[in-house]
Design a protein around this ligand. Structure first.
Ligand SMILES: C[S@@+](CC[C@H](N)C(=O)[O-])C[C@H]1O[C@@H](n2cnc3c(N)ncnc32)[C@H](O)[C@@H]1O
Length: 276
């Protein structure tokens, strides 16, 4: 079953392996702060947890370590990533992890099953994010919570020296929108939760800074593969990315460079007043 939205791991980057390494770096970058915020939102060991859009399994691995007595169900639509995760998690979760290949819009899972659900870097790619949130609402137990972790294209990162990415960013937004995604989903997360009938909606930001975790942690995120892939696919012209690549090289060469990135974490609760 291919993914229905703007993310296809096999064609998103120049090489699938490069894409998998990029996903891994994105998990490592901010895991500690995301874990801290997830716990603050109420995630606790022993809960029955759903992970939506689990990809190759790096975030799943961290959740398994954080929650040693929890059962974890990982839903992933892409057969290639589903297989990768099966291999990667083979000796990590034992029978605590249940991997399901399905769309988060139609999981086939039972009503009222999970205490807590997490969807990381998934909603940005969904053509109908409210439908996905409604499906998660259905399979959460009463008082269960959903946390959506995503960013927003106009917020994603800041650098010093400044790296001008406007043309590429606008093009990226257009291409993702044409595939059914929304790179500006970050600003919509609260209303997606509300439209899906979640209550007690709240929003936090996780900020990572190279002055704290080192610039090396950001290097894999500077992978221009996804942009060059769009050039290869004829979606962005070489002239449109010219200044982006010049700034990239200048940034990479700057001795005192720094970088900060922003993830948003929106949480909603399945309140009793909405139950049938
Ligand atoms: C950018 S990756 C993020 C993977 C992982 N959550 C992480 O943080 O590293 C998005 C993932 O969502 C999956 N996905 C996309 N649409 C989906 C859908 N409708 N149902 C389930 N998974 C989906 C993709 O195949 C991919 O694995």
């Amino acid at each position: 079953m291919p993914a229905e939205g703007s993310y296809q791991a096999s064609t998103y980057n120049l090489e699938l392996d490069a894409e998998i390494q990029r996903l891994k770096a994105q998990v490592v970058l901010s895991w500690e702060k995301e874990a801290r915020t997830l716990k603050w939102f109420g995630l606790a060991d022993g809960m029955n947890v759903l992970e939506a859009g689990s990809g190759p399994g790096f975030f799943t691995e961290q959740l398994l370590k954080l929650l040693p007595n929890s059962l974890l169900t990982a839903v992933e639509i892409d057969p290639v990533l589903h297989e990768k995760a099966l291999g990667y998690l083979q000796d990590k979760g034992g029978d605590r992890v249940n991997r399901i290949q399905a769309s988060i819009a139609d999981t086939g899972l039972e009503d009222n099953t999970f205490d807590f659900a997490i969807a990381r870097l998934l909603f940005v790619h969904l053509p109908d994010p409210v439908a996905a949130a409604r499906e998660i609402f259905r399979i959460l137990k009463p008082s269960g919570k959903l946390v959506i972790i995503d960013s927003d294209a106009d917020l994603f990162w800041l650098t010093n020296p400044p790296w001008s990415v406007e043309i590429v960013r606008e093009k990226f937004k257009q291409v993702m929108a044409s595939r059914g995604g929304n790179l500006c989903v970050g600003r919509n997360l609260c209303r997606i939760l509300k439209e899906a009938k979640f209550g007690n909606v709240d929003l936090e930001a996780v900020v990572s800074h190279s002055d704290i975790i080192g610039i090396q942690a950001f290097e894999p995120l500077l992978d221009s593969g996804p942009i060059l892939q769009m050039v290869k696919q004829g979606l962005i012209s070489e002239s449109e990315i010219e200044s982006y690549l010049i700034y990239r090289d200048e940034f990479a060469a700057a001795g005192d460079r720094s970088m900060m990135s922003f993830w948003l974490m929106a949480c909603g609760k399945k309140l009793n007043r909405y139950l049938p």
